[in-house]
Design a protein around this ligand. Structure first.
Ligand SMILES: Cc1cc2nc3c(=O)[nH]c(=O)nc-3n(C[C@H](O)[C@H](O)[C@H](O)COP(=O)(O)OP(=O)(O)OC[C@H]3O[C@@H](n4cnc5c(N)ncnc54)[C@H](O)[C@@H]3O)c2cc1C
Length: 393
C-alpha cells in the first residue's frame, strides 16, 4: 500500500523540522524522515551552541509552533558592537556600535540555544499531523510525475521531496548537483561562559587576524545569571590547541582577546569544534526535488546568519509550495531557486569578504579597516542600512 502525501521532507534538523511543521499548519500532508532518532538529540545539559535568529526567522518559528515551545527564553539582541583587534590584545577603542533604537523598538534578533530549538521542535512534532519516521532511511526515486519514498516495508508517494539533510546531503549527491567548497582553514571553538558583569543584551563581533571572536548574549539561569555563548575562530591548528586546553588556559586566551567587558568569567558546559568552509550548490532543484538549509549552502559564521538563511529557504518554500496545486511543479522549483540562490550567494560573498578583510594584519589594510569602521560609525544612514539587513528586513 502506498500512502500519498503532498511533500516529503528528508532531514529533521532545524530547517527541515520547521518547514514540515509550517507546511502541516497550512494544511499540507507532510512526511518527515530523519536517519537519526530525534529524542536523543534533546541533550538536557547546557551545550553552548546558539543560533542568532532574525525577525523574519522568528515569524516562521512562530507559525511552525516552535517559538512558544522554546523551553529557555530567547535572549533579545539590543545592541551590536563591531571591534577590530590585534593578536593577544583586547578590542581597540575604534568600534562600530549599532543600537536597535535607531531603527525602532524591536530587537535586532534573538539568541536561542541549539538544545532549546531541538526540544521545541520535538514537542511541536508530537502534537502535529506530520508523519514522522525516525530513525529511518528513505530510498527515494523521482520522475516528472512525482516521487516515491521507500522506508523499510512502507511506501510513500509525494509531489515534492525537500532535501534538508545538512552539508553532506545524499539526495543532492544522488541528483548530481555539484557543490563548491571554499575552505577557510579556520575552525570555530564553541562554548559558553558564566560572567560577572551583565552583557546588557549586547552582541560583540571582535575581528582578529586569526578569525573573528563573537560573544553572544544568552538568557541567564538561576545558577548562572550572566551567560554568553562564545564563538572563538582561529586557524585550524590553533583552534585544536584551544579545544584541548584545560579551562584555566582557555579562559586566559579568551580574556586576552575579550578584555574586561564581561568582568571575570568561568567556562560552562562542553566545547564544540566546528571546521569552517563556505559551500554552495550549483542548483537548488532537480526533478521533484528542492534543496534547503545547509544542504544548499554554508556561510562563514561571522554574523550568525547560517541558520537564518536556511529558515529563509523554508519560508520561501512555504510561500511557493504551501498552497500550490502541484507543490513540486518545475515552475515552482525554478521560482524557488530564483528567489533564494542570489540572496544566499550575496550573503556568502559578503561574509567571505568580511572574513578576508579582517583576517589580515597587513598594516595598510588594517589602517583602511580602522578608518572604514570610524567612517561607518559617523554615517547614520549607512549604519541604519546595516542594521535593517541584520534584522532580515
Ligand atoms: C558543532 C557545530 C556547531 C555549530 N554552531 C553554530 C552556532 O553557534 N551558530 C549557528 O548559527 N550555527 C551553528 N552551526 C551550524 C548550524 O547547526 C547549521 O547551520 C544548522 O543546523 C543547519 O540546519 P539544517 O536543518 O539545514 O541541517 P542540520 O542541522 O545539519 O540537520 C540535518 C538533519 O538531517 C539528518 N540527515 C542527514 N542525512 C540524512 C539522510 N540521509 N536521511 C535522513 N536524514 C538525514 C540529520 O540527522 C539531521 O537531523 C553549528 C554546527 C555544528 C555542527
Amino acid at each position: 500500500m502506498t500512502t500519498s502525501c503532498d511533500i516529503a521532507v528528508v532531514g529533521a534538523g532545524p530547517v527541515g523540522g520547521t518547514l514540515a511543521l509550517a507546511l502541516a499548519a497550512r494544511g499540507r500532508k507532510v512526511l518527515l524522515v530523519d536517519k537519526a532518532d530525534l529524542k536523543p538529540m534533546e541533550n538536557p545539559d547546557f551545550d553552548g551552541r546558539a543560533y542568532a535568529i532574525a525577525q523574519g526567522s522568528q515569524s516562521l518559528l512562530q507559525e511552525a509552533g516552535i517559538w512558544e515551545r522554546l523551553p529557555f527564553a530567547p535572549c533579545p539582541i539590543k545592541d551590536i558592537d563591531v571591534t577590530d583587534g590585534k593578536p593577544g590584545r583586547a578590542p581597540s577603542p575604534l568600534k562600530l556600535h549599532f543600537d536597535h533604537k535607531a531603527v525602532g523598538d524591536d530587537p535586532f534578533g534573538w539568541i536561542i540555544e541549539a538544545r532549546s530549538v531541538r526540544v521545541a521542535l520535538n514537542a511541536a512534532l508530537a502534537q502535529s499531523n506530520v508523519i514522522v519516521r525516525a530513525p529511518a532511511e528513505a530510498v527515494v526515486s523521482r520522475n516528472p510525475e512525482g516521487a516515491v519514498l521507500q522506508i523499510g516495508d512502507e511506501r510513500f508517494a509525494a509531489k515534492l521531496v525537500v532535501a534538508a539533510e545538512g552539508r553532506q546531503s545524499p539526495l543532492r549527491n544522488q541528483a548530481g548537483i555539484s557543490v563548491t567548497r571554499l575552505p577557510y582553514k579556520q575552525t570555530a571553538v564553541i562554548f559558553a561562559i558564566a560572567h560577572e558583569l551583565p552583557h546588557n543584551n549586547v552582541a560583540l563581533e571582535h575581528f582578529l587576524p586569526g578569525g573573528p571572536l563573537a560573544a553572544l548574549p544568552l538568557t541567564g539561569t538561576a545558577a548562572h545569571p550572566n551567560l554568553s555563548a562564545i564563538v572563538f575562530t582561529e586557524s585550524d591548528a590553533n583552534a585544536k590547541l584551544l579545544y584541548e586546553m584545560d579551562d584555566a588556559s582557555l579562559a586566559r586566551h579568551l580574556r586576552a582577546r575579550l578584555g574586561n567587558r564581561l568582568g571575570g568569567f568561568s567556562l560552562v558546559g562542553r566545547r564544540w569544534l566546528y571546521p569552517l568552509y563556505a559551500m554552495y550548490a550549483a542548483r537548488y532543484y532537480d526533478t521533484r526535488l528542492a534543496l534547503a538549509g545547509d544542504a544548499a549552502h554554508g556561510v562563514h559564521p561571522i554574523a550568525g546568519q547560517g541558520l537564518n538563511l536556511g529558515l529563509r529557504d523554508a519560508a520561501s518554500l512555504l510561500e511557493l509550495a504551501g498552497a500550490a496545486e502541484d507543490p513540486g511543479a518545475e515552475a515552482m522549483l525554478r521560482a524557488y531557486q530564483a528567489q533564494q540562490r542570489p540572496i544566499n550567494m550575496a550573503m556568502l560573498l559578503g561574509m567571505d569578504a568580511l572574513d578576508r578583510l579582517f583576517s589580515t594584519n597587513f598594516p595598510p589594510v588594517r589602517l583602511a579597516r580602522d578608518l572604514g569602521l570610524a567612517a561607518v560609525e559617523r554615517l547614520p544612514r549607512l549604519k541604519q542600512h546595516f542594521m535593517l539587513a541584520a534584522m532580515g528586513r
